[in-house]
Design a protein around this ligand. Structure first.
Ligand SMILES: CC(C)(COP(=O)(O)OP(=O)(O)OC[C@H]1O[C@@H](n2cnc3c(N)ncnc32)[C@H](O)[C@@H]1OP(=O)(O)O)[C@@H](O)C(=O)NCCC(=O)NCCS
Length: 260
């Protein structure tokens, strides 16, 4: 049995972490994932079926990745429903230009609106992300999309303070990771990131930016990975992202170019 501490997700006005700790003891249901089965797995994109990874040729064919789409919506719904819509957010926070659109709603009303609006955006092709599966079971999520899909990033105080020069012609963003609580710390987020980059490549590439938690903050917050929805510095470093600058006290702006 592993005792973990959880925190409730809370974001500041620009979406960066506000800590609120809840030291509830939890039993972690350990699920063995054969990480060696991931090594050397070729990332491919099969048009139509939207599968991003081929089943591993050796070991168990554990992870596969698929694009979020009207077809895979029920899987996204399943993963998020298992975790209360992930704080009720349904990965909508950065897709809204500001919080004002939710004013006057009760918490239950906000949760319902987030879910409904996410579904509408998915149906309309305006919300992107990669779902990761353990066999048929959706276990991980990485949200990505063109800059226009995440207007809340632009209105964030810390982002504005970066005083960035003109945007690159095609600017992509990687904004959120989510991994089933029973599968954490087993490399799922890292694989989801590879999947998102593969999707961006298949869509013509461009400059990709991310806002990971700095190493120092990740170390300090180690028990509370609920605050790592932007991913960690090391995850992006491994994928050849370079630091553009510090964004507030706990986050970096990192970028890389993905060729088509
Ligand atoms: C953050 C999260 C996505 C990480 O997923 P994961 O599959 O456990 O991560 P991985 O095992 O792929 O590890 C990725 C990196 O993060 C680090 N990491 C993960 N959890 C960590 C923790 N609790 N403390 C410190 N580092 C941690 C790993 O060590 C690894 O670093 P490395 O690249 O140096 O090896 C997962 O904990 C999660 O979903 N948390 C909730 C986030 C959330 O609420 N998202 C909703 C936004 S709407």
């Amino acid at each position: 049995m592993v005792v973990a501490a959880s925190i409730r997700n809370q974001r500041s006005d620009d979406g960066f972490a506000l800590l609120k700790r809840d030291n509830t003891a939890r039993t972690s249901i350990g699920v063995a994932i054969d990480e060696s089965a991931l090594a050397g797995r070729e990332v491919i994109s099969r048009q139509g079926a939207n599968w991003l990874f081929e089943p591993s040729l050796s070991g168990e064919p554990r992870y596969t990745a698929r694009e979020l789409s009207p077809t895979t919506w029920p899987d996204f719904e399943r993963l998020f429903s298992k975790h209360g819509g992930v704080g009720g957010c349904w990965c909508m926070y950065y897709q809204r230009p500001h919080g004002g659109t939710m004013k006057g709603l009760t918490p239950a009303g906000r949760r319902a609106k987030n879910k409904l609006d996410k579904k509408l955006l998915v149906d309309d092709g305006r919300s992107h992300g990669v779902l990761l599966y353990d066999r048929e079971n959706p276990i991980g999520w990485c949200a990505y999309g063109l800059k226009q899909e995440f207007p809340r990033i632009d209105s964030g105080r810390n982002y504005r303070r970066m005083n960035l020069e003109n945007d690159p012609e095609k600017l992509w963003r990687i904004t959120c990771f989510f991994v089933d609580r029973d599968y954490r710390k087993k490399g799922v987020a890292k694989v989801a990131l590879t999947g998102a980059l593969s999707s961006i490549k298949a869509k013509g590439g461009g400059v990709v930016e991310a806002y990971p938690v700095t190493r120092k903050s990740a170390k300090a917050w180690s028990k509370w990975s609920n605050w790592f929805w932007f991913g960690t510095e090391s995850m992006f470093e491994r994928e050849k992202f370079k630091v553009v600058g510090l964004m507030g006290p706990h986050h970096l702006l990192m970028r890389r170019t993905v060729k088509p």
